[in-house]
Design a protein around this ligand. Structure first.
Ligand code: HEM
Ligand code: HEM
Length: 191
């Protein structure tokens, strides 16, 4: 493109490869699953020494295991086809924060479910995934470390929800204020 102002021919910015269909669909599937999981977490009874298994607790465990599996698949897709950030007009700190947030999501959603599982085992609650398969206990009943793991699970998952809020806000800010393609390139309908 010729610029009258500078009298030079600008080379167009090379296109950064975007997210493939699998990465996009898996992203939005996780959004839906997490929405349901947090709703169940709010509605389910608090888990204590005398808690009996019930439908909401079972649903929390089942959805949690599904999220763990889908995240593992998504991580595989991500490693097989890495996508770099495309925010050329953003300052360094913004790019750094976006990248760190994405990494934290993978870390939290691949590790922290196991802490919930350990707490379930310590409370003698079976992890029965949609009545199809019952996973083995990974901690002894009343194991102290697993009860602490349960507290960390709670704290980490509520903190992750706050981070999800920041992440969603940033995506909407890019779209409606910056008018760039950050949100558009994650939408499944757009190539
Ligand atoms: C992967 C997504 C998951 C999310 C987002 C999530 C979220 C949460 C949240 C927010 C709480 C706190 C609820 C409250 O404040 O009362 C909680 C508690 C709990 N979750 Fe999860 N969870 C997930 C997966 C799992 C899995 C896979 C299991 C077990 C197999 C599990 C077992 C538990 C248990 C046992 C508690 C109670 C912890 C305690 O009080 O010691 N969670 N979860
Ligand atoms: C609900 C939980 C959410 C999680 C766990 C999550 C997680 C992630 C992760 C890990 C990435 C990095 C790309 C990848 O490796 O797949 C990403 C990218 C993205 N997310 Fe989310 N996300 C969530 C919700 C949302 C919401 C609600 C929006 C929009 C309002 C959104 C918009 C985006 C956009 C636009 C990108 C692309 C950023 C870029 O690389 O340019 N996400 N998300």
């Amino acid at each position: 493109m010729y610029s009258v102002k500078t009298g030079t021919i600008a080379t167009p910015r090379p296109a950064v490869p975007g997210y493939g269909p699998a990465a996009k669909w898996l992203h939005w599937l996780i959004v839906l699953l997490l929405l349901a999981e947090y709703a169940v977490a709010i509605l389910m009874p608090g888990i204590g020494p005398r808690t009996q298994p019930g439908p909401l607790i079972d649903l929390h465990f089942s959805l949690g295991v599904v999220i763990l599996i889908v995240m593992a698949v998504r991580f595989g897709v991500r490693v097989a086809a890495p996508v770099s950030l495309d925010m050329p007009d953003s300052p360094r700190w913004e790019r750094w924060t976006a990248l760190a947030t994405h990494r934290i999501f993978y870390l939290v959603l691949l590790v922290v479910p196991f802490l919930g599982w350990a707490s379930a085992s310590a409370h003698r609650l079976p992890v029965d995934v949609f009545g199809i398969v019952t996973l083995p206990a990974i901690a002894a009943p009343k194991a102290h470390w697993a009860l602490v793991a349960g507290d960390i699970h709670k704290l980490a998952m509520w903190t992750a929800l706050a981070l999800i809020g920041v992440h969603a806000f940033a995506a909407l800010y890019h779209h409606f204020v910056r008018h760039d393609t950050v949100l558009l390139r994650m939408l499944p309908v757009r190539r």
